[in-house]
Design a binder for this molecule. Sequence first.
Ligand SMILES: O=C(O)C(=O)C[C@H](O)[C@H](O)COP(=O)(O)O
Length: 218
Amino acid sequence: MTSVLDLAPGPALPVVPVVVIEEAADAVPLARALVAGGLPLIEVTLRTPAALDAVRAIAAEVPEAVVGAGTVVSAACVADAVGAGARFLVSPGWTERLLGAMRESGVPFLPGVSTASEVVALVERGVRDMKFFPAEAAGGVPYLKSLAGPLPQARFCPTGGVTLASAPAYLSLPNVGCVGGTWMLPPDALAAHDWPRVEALARGAAALRAPAGTPADR
Ligand SMILES: O=C(O)C(=O)C[C@H](O)[C@H](O)COP(=O)(O)O
């Protein structure tokens, strides 16, 4: 199956913006700002009542975006997200049941891990791409560096506490395909509908170099 990391058109993307949306009406202008800034792969977290409507609106009205769902923590979330038009799924963790539902959904998925045993268990189940969450709190760059030795087959999207300043160190690691974060979507900019600011922050994130050797570079 296609990896989430390979979904966006064009060159490999260094950053997946993670959206926490309060107002579904903001979804389309927000997605357009992210796309204009160069971040077409958009993860909408299912944390707010507006999330599914936001996924639906972006899927219907922003064809340049590849919208997915985050905070997918149950089989019901998988069904809701795919039903709303999510083209990929991201979870902060995983269970056998959730992994089964994500596999059956037919769309690419990134299950979350924060320990070596969880990585081994996913590799054992044929999953190579995973979210490393919560990246900073779980050990950050040194932790991922340590995993690359014994588990080089796993490729990570570190998310959780990652910033514009810390992203380059992650992106320089051989086992990092991209990073996820919310820093290009400050709550005050969203509340003020300051889409030019979101676009500018997205542009800064998109300008971070995608790691060499990510699929689009091969
Ligand atoms: O909701 C989810 O599914 C999550 O796993 C958590 C998010 O990926 C992080 O909360 C990212 O947020 P920042 O730390 O602000 O970059």
